[in-house]
Design a protein. Sequence first.
Length: 95
Amino acid sequence: MKIEPLTVAASASLTAAASNVSDAQQVLVQNTGTAAAYVHIESGTSGNRYASFYVPNKSNIIVRKNTTDEIFASAAAAGTGANTNVLFTKLGFYG
């Protein structure tokens, strides 16, 4: 599988800063920190989380979401505690 980064990596810490990552459907999630993090996905701009997952430190995960859904990182599973060490990049796939 070959991936093509389509945006500059950016952080989105806590629900107030949640982002749809330029209407991305595939997002590269990179935890650049020395501590684990949590990533949450919300339905559009509603603030209603429908998914969360754990990202170990120094790890990368590719996530598929709806284009209008927003994604953000936190230090705690409950979606609390700022975490700017997690970066989000819109991805495309090719050949």
